[in-house]
Each structure stands twice: as structure tokens, then as C-alpha cells.
Design a protein around this ligand. Structure first.
Ligand code: CTP
Length: 224
């Protein structure tokens, strides 16, 4: 089956969790892999919704981009785009949901328990040590993976040490069809090595490839 006219949702970039109006917790994700995936899916003829955290990347041609900030914003956008939108967001995302989800975003696991309305002033406390209480963010992949039915869901992992075993566990725990296991040396670079692990027990190694080539290999999974 071709990807033409099929709907594909891609997430990319970091999430950002505010401590106060001018400070936040985030990570170093460039968003590059997700933007390459969105571009590759669009070239393959898919209708692509790219849900992007705060990054400086140009929107690929033919892609509909939705910018989000926090993990909870991203969860709401992914649910609407992938599972199907209700109410007012229907006009934006459509009612029926999508055929595939590529969860390339580096979603922050934690957010501050409370976001201060005004600036957090160091002088206020007078102490040399401060504590920031964090609460767990929702797991977007696991949340939608549990409701995906026969749609394709691809997650990503970055592991050090015994990556394969942990990635396989993650695949099952999060309900994905595939996990793309990234080599940590690839962070921020143009080339990368990825091991693609399938729910069906498959394992494909893509070694020292351009991110564009990896994106094309991943998008090809959607051809089914
Ligand atoms: N992910 C997500 N929601 C989160 C955290 C992660 O959807 N709150 C997704 C990522 O987009 C990625 C996959 O889950 O596709 C792997 O995330 P990772 O952080 O490696 O997995 P965790 O189990 O959250 O982390 P760890 O194994 O380090 O505990």
C-alpha cells in the first residue's frame, strides 16, 4: 500500500516546562530527526501533521505544523491528530485520526509541580540551596499506544549500555510496533546509526547513514 493520501503524525523536538514566566526545564533535542521524518513522509505522498516543540527548524514543504510547548500540550495535540479530534479542534486536525505516528520528540519526563505566576527571585528565600519539586509528565507514546488498534506507531529510544534489552521492554510497555534505537554519538549530528526493533522480533541495523536516509527507511514501514 502506498503512503499517498494517508495521514501521518510526527512529533519532533524537545518539550519545555516552565518554572516561572521566564525560566523553564528542557533538553537539547534539535528536532532534526522528526523534521526529516515529516519531510520524507510528505515526499512519499502522505498528509503530514508535524507536532513540534520549540525548535528553530524550517517547516518542510507540504507539511502542516502545529507548535506546542509542554508535554501536556503535546499530548493533547497528538491525541487530537492521531486518535481523532473532538469539538473545536476538529477543523484543525480532522475527525478521523491518522494512519501512523512517529514519536520522535524528546518529551520531558518531569515538570515543576507548580508554575510560579511571577518571577522566582533568589533574594526571596535568603538560602544558598533551593528545591524544585517535580511531578511526572504523561507518557504520550504509552497513552496513545494503548488505543492505536491496527495503526502504525513508531517510538524512539536513546540508550547507553544494554540498549537492546531495554528498548525491547520499552516497545512492549509503550504499545509501539517499532522502536528506533539511536546511538548516543549521533546527537545533534547529520549522520546517525539506528537499530530498528520490531514487535514481530525483527531487528534491522542502519549504520552511519544520513538522517534523511534513516527517515526514508522509517517512513517505508508505513507502506505496510
Ligand atoms: N515519550 C513520550 N512521553 C514521555 C516520554 C517519552 O511519548 N513522557 C516517548 C518518546 O517520544 C520516545 C519514547 O517515548 O518515542 C522513548 O522515550 P524515553 O524517554 O527513552 O523512555 P522512557 O521510558 O520515558 O525513559 P527511560 O527508559 O529513560 O526511563
Amino acid at each position: 500500500m502506498s503512503l499517498a493520501r494517508r495521514k501521518v503524525v510526527v512529533t519532533a523536538g524537545p518539550t519545555r516546562e516552565h518554572v516561572d514566566p521566564v525560566r523553564y526545564i528542557s533538553n537539547e533535542s534539535s528536532g532534526r530527526m522528526g523534521f526529516e521524518l515529516a519531510a520524507a513522509a510528505a515526499r512519499a505522498g502522505a498528509r503530514v501533521i508535524l507536532i513540534a516543540g520549540p525548535v528553530h527548524q524550517a517547516t518542510p514543504e507540504g507539511v502542516t505544523r502545529v507548535d506546542v510547548t509542554s508535554a501536556r500540550d503535546m499530548l493533547a495535540a497528538v491525541q487530537a491528530a492521531f486518535l481523532g479530534a473532538e469539538g473545536r479542534s476538529r477543523a484543525h486536525f480532522g475527525r478521523s485520526g491518522a494512519d501512523a505516528l512517529f514519536m520522535a520528540a524528546a518529551v520531558g519526563d518531569w515538570r515543576p509541580k507548580r508554575r510560579r505566576a511571577g518571577k522566582w527571585r533568589a533574594k526571596d528565600g535568603g538560602d544558598e540551596v533551593a528545591t524544585l519539586e517535580l511531578v511526572k509528565n504523561p507518557d504520550i507514546l504509552a497513552t496513545v499506544g494503548a488505543r492505536k488498534q491496527d495503526r502504525l506507531v513508531v517510538g524512539f529510544a536513546l540508550e547507553t549500555g544494554d540498549g537492546l534489552v531495554r528498548a525491547r521492554r520499552k516497545l512492549v510497555r509503550k504499545g509501539a510496533d517499532y522502536i528506533a534505537l539511536n546511538d548516543p554519538t549521533a546527537l545533534g549530528g547529520a549522520r546517525t546509526s539506528v537499530t530498528l526493533i520490531g514487535r514481530d522480533g525483527s531487528k534491522v541495523e542502519l549504520k552511519n547513514k544520513s538522517k534523511r536516509a534513516v527517515a526514508e527507511a522509517l517512513v517505508a514501514l508505513g507502506r505496510g
